[in-house]
Write a protein that binds this ligand. Structure first.
Ligand SMILES: [Zn+2]
Length: 59
């Protein structure tokens, strides 16, 4: 069973990841994978901060 998502323009169910709505032809926004990479960057930044603090305590 394929995942569907409502069209941002007409609201009909279209295939998830479809670039355009087959019913009204509206361009669909790209799947937000950018926010996920932003979170990864935040985690890395927090880890760097964490280990930086640890280093200060060890010295
Ligand atoms: Zn549509």
């Amino acid at each position: 069973m394929r995942d569907n998502t409502p069209c941002g323009s007409c609201g009909r169910q279209i295939g998830m990841g479809a670039p355009v709505c087959p019913f009204c032809g509206a361009t669909q926004p790209a799947v937000a994978s950018a926010s996920q990479s932003d979170k990864s960057i935040l985690v890395v930044a927090l880890l760097c901060l964490f280990f930086g603090v640890l280093e200060q305590f060890n010295v």
